[in-house]
Design a protein around this ligand. Structure first.
Ligand SMILES: Cc1cc2nc3c(=O)[nH]c(=O)nc-3n(C[C@H](O)[C@H](O)[C@H](O)COP(=O)(O)OP(=O)(O)OC[C@H]3O[C@@H](n4cnc5c(N)ncnc54)[C@H](O)[C@@H]3O)c2cc1C
Length: 510
């Protein structure tokens, strides 16, 4: 390896080949770029090829007290991309650890390394002629399963609440030791990939949304494809009807007539952004687009999927949903795969990944959307706010109305979507879409984000997932949570070398 001025890199020369240590300006600049304004500098990028090399990097980082920041797919677009939370980290890019380690059709699981992507698993299952599918995300097909899970991301369709459908983590602790969650600590334990808790304190949760370990292996549970598959769509004229719509869907979810993560509600701006580009011509080059001012309705659209073991079961489910929605929605349409076999093709609800939603990050760009989508490279502006609400229209509607007012004040479109993740809670995604090449937009978008976050947290609506810019923006803990986290972090990572600042809420340490 080429000698550099960064001492830790010279020590790592024994473990990594030169091509897997990136220090050139172009690479560093790419890893330092997100879809919003950041100022963190990256010292270097290391690309280990296996878990032993990861472990070697961790040990050397400790000796040199140099912070490292692991990423897997590095597609955390809208929430920080590949940029570390704190300045002067070395990025540990785990994308070369990309093997599918185990697969079982009967017991419906797949065990993967951090670099394995949604596209890779989809292609693998097809090659196996599998009857199983993995819940995918609306984001990039090249995002990693493990990175998504470690953020406690949302999948589409059954098992979309991914963090409850995984087990068997292999973790390298910040001081270099290997551990396994669940039954994995026992040699040849037969239940490791199929039973989550193991025996003794359960530890998986400690490694999601944290900086307490580097995950090098994990098992994901898969779902059988349904015998009979249906989708439905409907709409309401505007936000005034939102509360009624949500309160009609909620009991259907609680009874699991519609399963968790199998129904979403989008506003028109979100639909438009997904379908194409900002209507520059109609708007005569002006922004923002506000449909009401164009004397059009700001419609909201609900869509969902029904998974059934038989046609008879599916039609009975459909009837219950139809009866519940009757008179409360417009344009209610059902489709099923008996009459429309294409329904199974290209369907996110059946685990087929797609780049379509990623196109929405180009919403405000004037240049054509490139064949290879890369919002970081193309300076697409995207800031997500990911919130969880009680599934109650009375609580949600006033919040949505305030959100719309704030976003419009900043001259952006209110791009909003709900994922009905259970009968009790619902996730709201706010996307602020802008063009980073337009002077002042970066700062304006961040101010809009910050005002929304402040308003929402003051109202008691706390995000369930954070962008790198918000790790210290939450209200203070009212209990000893800070003490608990500090005690864990200092015991497991005495030199604070692993992803410092990532969900460690240091403001609360006491
Ligand atoms: C249009 C659009 C749609 C999107 N839709 C969705 C969606 O439907 N659902 C959803 O959840 N997200 C969505 N996202 C957000 C994001 O793209 C995904 O969450 C994506 O999965 C994150 O990228 P990744 O999986 O490559 O994770 P990474 O970027 O690799 O990881 C995310 C973070 O986890 C930590 N980490 C990663 N790997 C490790 C490891 N091995 N050990 C320890 N820590 C690690 C790091 O801090 C890293 O920054 C969307 C984004 C866009 C732009």
């Amino acid at each position: 390896m080429v000698k550099t001025s960064i001492p830790i890199l010279n020590v790592l020369a024994d473990s990594l080949d030169a091509e897997n240590v990136l220090t050139d300006t172009d690479s560093i600049s790419a890893y330092q770029t997100a879809t919003f304004i950041t100022s963190q500098q990256v010292l270097a990028v290391l690309k280990p090829g296996d878990a032993t090399q990861v472990q070697a990097c961790v040990k050397v980082a400790n000796q040199h007290k140099t912070p490292i920041y692991p990423i897997s797919g590095g597609k955390n677009w809208g929430l920080g991309s590949r940029v570390p939370v704190q300045n002067n980290c070395i990025i540990l890019d785990l994308s070369r650890l990309n093997r599918i380690l185990d697969f079982n059709e009967k017991l419906a699981y797949i065990t993967v390394e951090p670099g394995v992507t949604f596209q890779q698993v989809y292609e693998f299952l097809r090659q196996q002629n599998s009857n199983l599918f993995l819940s995918v995300i609306g984001g990039s097909p090249d995002a990693s399963l493990i990175g998504n899970l470690l953020e406690r991301g949302d999948g589409i369709g059954p098992y979309g609440e991914r963090a409850t459908h995984v087990c068997g983590f292999e973790v390298i602790l910040p001081t270099g030791e290997f551990i396994h969650t669940g039954f994995g600590r026992f040699a040849n334990a037969s239940a490791t990939p199929v039973s989550r808790w193991g025996v003794g304190p359960a530890s998986e949760g400690l490694f999601t949304q944290s900086n307490l370990g580097i995950v090098t292996k994990m098992t994901f549970w898969l779902r059988p494809l349904p015998q009979f598959f249906q989708v439905f769509t409907c709409s309401i004229p505007d936000v005034a009807y939102l509360s009624g719509l949500l309160d009609t869907i909620q009991p259907l979810m609680l009874q699991e007539i519609i399963q968790g993560n199998c129904c979403s509600v989008w506003n028109s701006y979100k639909v438009f952004a997904r379908q194409g580009r900002y209507p520059w011509k109609i708007m005569d080059g002006k922004t923002p687009l506000h449909l009401k001012e164009l004397k059009r309705f700001e419609r909201w659209f609900a869509s969902g999927a029904i998974y059934s073991a038989s046609r008879e079961q599916g039609l009975a489910q459909r009837q219950i949903i139809e009866q519940a929605l009757a008179g409360k929605v417009e344009e209610l349409v059902f489709a099923d795969d008996d009459s429309n076999p294409e329904l199974r093709e290209d369907n996110l609800y059946l685990g087929v990944p797609s780049n379509q939603n990623v196109k929405s990050t180009y919403w405000r760009k004037k240049s054509p959307i490139p064949a290879q989508l890369d919002p970081d490279r193309d300076r697409c502006g995207t800031l997500w706010l990911c919130l969880v609400f009680p599934f109650d229209g009375v609580v949600i509607s006033p919040a949505v109305e305030t959100i719309e007012v704030i976003i419009k004040q900043y001259q952006f479109e209110p791009n909003l979507a709900f994922n009905c993740n259970s009968g009790r809670s619902i996730h709201l995604f706010i996307a602020i879409m802008f063009d980073r090449e337009v002077a002042g937009e970066d700062e304006k978008a961040m101010s809009c984000h910050d005002e929304l976050l402040q308003m929402l947290t003051q109202a008691g609506h706390i995000p369930y997932r954070l962008g790198i810019q918000s790790m210290n923006s939450l209200p203070p803990a009212q209990d000893d949570y800070g003490f608990f986290l500090r005690t864990l972090k200092q015991a497991l990572d005495p030199n604070d070398i692993l992803a410092p600042g990532r969900y460690d809420f240091k403001n609360d340490w006491k």
